[in-house]
Design a protein. Structure first.
Length: 641
């Protein structure tokens, strides 16, 4: 496991050129789109008497339409060929487009500019499957959440820069067109040279035959995504997120002009708050998730999207008319800070919502299909965004106010995300676990690299409290099946988490021999499927804080299915509210809040050497602060975190 934070990736020769290429491309997209929106909102269409509130939604729809039409072909290309070589060709196409854009802006033909938006969308369509499919080939698995956070954060920093350049150019009139043209060309050329440093990567599936029937291939790539339920639901979540974001962003220029009576500079301030928020939310994901794919952040982000969108409606649904104001004058008004905070926190929530979903999509997609699954994601994202743009336009045309559109977003976000979490309760389970281990405890994990990256393994740990399984589940990067005493499995509230995590209840032979036999069958089936299974061989929670003798059930499991055994020690839990020190667990007042807990993972042991007594000794040595590596001068040092 890499010891660097996500920002260390910016020094990586594998990741940094791609990151720079991506950011420069996003910058150009947003300079063009936002520059045109600003120019048309505050100048061209305003003078022509056009509906400026509808215009932004039309431009957004034109940009994303190519994603629906051509993503299937783009996904095939990205799986068949070296992605770095494709990126260089796409950047050449971008240079040609920005040269055309410069000419179209000087001529001032609105229809040519709208056609250009479509072509820039086509260029982004070709880049889209590469953008996310290449990341697992450039970084390690434990760096994936950080890399996605950087890509999302960098993208929205590029949006901020594009907003400033586009807004400033709109205020300059004719000189602003020259400024936009120079910037577009310069950044496109810089992006091309950055792309030349991206290392070559192996194609996902060079044997595939390219098919160009758009409808048939679109259905085909969507079927690829549908095969894995969690991948498909992550795509649905991302599609809603992009629809939400597009609708919210598209309203802000008109919100500034129509609701706040502001200037283009005020519109920029609103857009920047939104973009800064997403950048912050994306970048803090690695810290909050402790560098693994933490789906518990997704419900947290969903709650924020609903709450802060609804608050915009509450604050501005009945705004009285006022004289036009600049950004500085607006800041002196009552309620201005509330709006800026709402927009920023909507962005933060969006980052928390989207980054784990992208990481899960990449991690759980087969490599040979990854680009096409990302293409399916882009297609469904685009369908949702076009539907969102059409819905927002329709709401405005039938009389909705712009604050009313934000209220609509809040309601729809609640309905859609609740349905999503109902279909995949893993999100809610991980959220509850994340709250538990981050609010009640401060967790450090040592030796996490000792957990096998793939294949079956049996994890054995000491049993200190009622939440041991949750703490280990939050520390281990891979999904884990826990075997637990059936009475703990039935504890109210926790039972929902255990059932959702597909924990395996077990009873003693004298209590319920049938349940015991069923549990051993389920354990064997999970190991046969290549999963991790965690057991607590003591058979009960410790009464005195000391490790109890390991029972023989572990040996019975290994006799049926010999797999590697990984010892795990939980330090610091004795004396916590969920332990039995000083009486029954959860029946006494908590005496420690945010207690420091350490999860120590030892080296794997072959099944032939993993007797109950030997594994008890290994766990005890970890509790005492020793690992086998401490006694072996030839053992490699283990990475810790």
């Amino acid at each position: 496991m890499s010891s660097d934070s996500q920002f260390g990736l910016l020094r990586s020769r594998r990741f940094a050129p791609f990151f720079l290429t991506q950011c420069l491309g996003a910058l150009n997209d947003n300079i063009l789109r936002n520059g045109l929106v600003m120019l048309m909102t505050f100048a061209i269409l305003s003078d022509m008497g056009g509906r400026v509130d509808v215009l932004a939604n039309v431009i957004a729809a034109l940009f994303i339409l190519p994603f629906v039409l051509f993503s299937a072909v783009a996904g095939q290309l990205a799986d068949k060929y070296d992605k770095s070589a494709l990126i260089r060709r796409i950047k050449v196409f971008e240079i040609a487009l920005v040269l055309f854009a410069a000419g179209a802006m000087f001529v001032g033909n609105v229809y040519a500019l709208l056609a250009l938006v479509f072509l820039m969308g086509l260029q982004s369509t070709l880049f889209g499957p590469i953008k996310y499919a290449i990341l697992p080939q450039l970084v390690e698995r434990d760096q994936l959440i950080g890399a996605n956070g950087l890509v999302e954060g960098g993208t929205y920093l590029a949006i901020i820069a594009g907003l400033f350049i586009g807004g400033y150019a709109a205020s300059l009139g004719q000189p602003g067109i020259l400024m936009l043209s120079v910037c577009l060309i310069a950044f496109a050329v810089a992006g091309y040279f950055a792309s030349r440093a991206i290392p070559a990567v192996r194609p996902g599936d060079p044997t595939i035959s390219l098919r160009y029937n758009v409808v048939r291939e679109t259905l085909r790539v969507c079927r690829y995504a549908y095969r894995e339920r969690s991948v498909f639901l992550s795509i649905m979540g991302l599609s809603w997120f992009w629809s939400f974001g597009l609708i919210a962003l598209a309203q802000l220029p008109a919100f500034s002009k129509i609701v706040l009576y502001g200037t283009p500079q005020l519109a920029n301030v609103l857009l920047v708050c939104f973009a800064v928020g997403i950048g912050i939310g994306s970048l803090v994901c690695e810290k909050l998730s402790r560098r693994h794919i933490e789906l518990g952040l997704v419900p947290l982000g969903a709650i924020g999207l609903t709450v802060f969108a609804a608050d915009i409606y509450v604050a501005f649904y009945n705004t009285p008319a006022a004289a036009p104001v600049t950004a500085t004058e607006f800041m002196a008004r009552n309620g201005s800070l509330r709006l800026l905070i709402d927009l920023t926190l909507i962005g933060v929530s969006g980052g928390l919502f989207s980054v784990p979903l992208y990481a899960m999509l990449q991690d759980r997609s087969p490599e040979r299909l990854r680009s096409r699954i990302v293409a399916a994601n882009n297609i469904l994202n685009s369908v949702f965004m076009i539907a969102g743009a059409a819905t927002a336009s329709g709401l405005l045309l039938i009389g909705f106010s712009i604050p009313g559109v934000f209220a609509f977003l809040a309601v729809m976000n609640t309905v859609i995300t609740v349905y999503l979490f109902w279909l995949l309760p893993e999100f809610v389970m991980r959220f509850m676990t994340w709250i538990l281990i981050n609010v009640l405890y401060r967790i450090e994990v040592e030796g996490a690299d000792n957990i096998p990256r793939d294949g079956p393994a049996l994890l054995v740990a000491n049993h200190v409290s009622f939440v041991d399984a949750l703490l280990i589940g939050g520390a281990v990067l891979r999904p884990t099946r826990f075997v637990m005493y059936y009475k703990i499995f039935k504890i109210p509230l926790l039972s929902f988490i255990f059932k959702t995590a597909k924990a395996i209840p077990i009873a003693g032979k004298r209590e319920d021999p049938d349940l015991m036999a069923t549990a051993f069958d389920k354990i064997d089936a999970e190991l046969a499927d290549g999963r991790l299974v965690c057991i607590f061989p003591e058979g009960a929670i410790t009464q005195d804080g000391e490790i109890q003798p390991f029972r023989g059930g572990m040996e019975h499991i290994l006799k049926r299915r010999p797999v590697p055994v990984v010892p795990i020690a939980l330090r610091g839990l004795w004396g916590s509210w969920f332990s039995r020190q000083g009486g029954g667990a959860v029946k006494k007042w908590p005496r420690r809040f945010r207690a420091a807990i350490t999860v120590v993972v030892g080296q794997p042991v072959a099944a032939s050497q993993a007797s109950a007594a030997a594994m008890q000794a290994d766990v005890q040595s970890l509790l005492d602060g020793r690992d086998k590596a401490d006694d072996d001068p030839n053992a490699d040092n283990q990475d810790q975190r």
